[in-house]
Design a protein around this ligand. Structure first.
Ligand code: ADP
Ligand code: ADP
Length: 229
């Protein structure tokens, strides 16, 4: 089943006299439950697409559908409701609130969600049950990122969007964070969309969209993973 379908998506940023064509006519299908990696040089449009899929930004032209819902036809309030109900975000820098414990950081999201996990269960799922009452400064970078993953999955989003989730971590720690994301994909059926420069992440993907100059230049399919599922 398709989670997202995009048709002729364009995004042009206008700053003063200059126009930047960040997306130049992108057609795409993203399948429910897949692990999809967006790969490509800096400036090729990956973050722009991720922000549009997550309802943080809008395309200049084109259509984007999430199941039966045309996201590009929603007003701002409806787009915010879509985002809160369906999308979890994990960014390179963990964006935890320093004055709140790990559990309180997760609770920020579960308190405003319809059918959330218990914050302690979300922390248990990322292997941090013992760190519930720790503050961010008392946690390693990898642990802080796993709290950010717990916060993102605690509302049971259908889709998890990750922009360089291991970019600030050493490779061993990054692998632990990746395993956590893969586990959410397996156990919760979460569609996982990741921007990365890390070859290890690309290897765990079902598919890779190779971006070049605002377009998807090619799509690589990982036959091993597809046939195993
Ligand atoms: P990537 O994630 O692949 O590095 P981006 O989607 O961030 O690429 O950027 C694509 C292009 O759009 C780049 O040329 C970038 O400088 C430009 N761009 C991104 N965001 C903005 C913005 N808010 N205003 C103006 N230009 C932007
Ligand atoms: P809400 O869904 O509560 O309205 P926002 O619209 O502020 O939240 O953003 C959605 C999520 O994306 C939040 O977790 C916010 O912190 C995060 N976010 C948005 N833009 C960025 C960014 N540029 N860098 C890091 N986090 C961001």
């Amino acid at each position: 089943a398709a989670a997202f379908v995009g048709r002729a998506l364009r995004k042009t940023y206008v700053t003063g006299e200059t126009q930047v064509h960040a997306l130049r006519g992108v057609d795409l299908e993203i399948y429910a439950g897949e692990v999809l990696v967006l790969l490509g040089p800096s400036g090729s449009g990956k973050s722009t697409l991720l922000n549009i899929i997550g309802g943080l930004d809008r395309p200049t032209a084109g259509e984007l559908w999430y199941g039966e819902t045309e996201l590009t036809a929603l007003d701002d309030a409806a787009l915010t409701r879509f985002r809160r109900a369906n999308i979890g975000f994990v960014f390179q820098f963990y964006n935890l609130i320093p004055s709140l414990t790990a559990e309180e950081n997760v609770r920020l999201v579960t308190d405003i969600s319809d059918d959330p996990m218990h914050p302690a269960d979300a922390l248990d799922l990322v292997g941090l049950a013992e760190r519930r009452t720790h503050f961010p400064a008392q946690l390693s970078g990898g642990e802080q990122q796993r709290v950010a993953v717990a916060r993102a999955i605690a509302k049971r989003p259908g889709v998890l969007l990750c922009d360089e989730p291991t970019g600030a971590l050493d490779s061993q720690t990054g692998i632990r964070v990746l395993e956590t994301l893969a586990q959410a994909n397996r156990e919760l059926g979460t569609t996982l969309i990741l921007i990365t420069h890390n070859a290890g992440i690309a290897a765990m993907a079902d598919r890779v969209f190779n971006f070049l100059d605002g377009q998807i230049a090619s799509i690589a399919v990982n036959e091993k993973r597809i046939s195993a599922s």
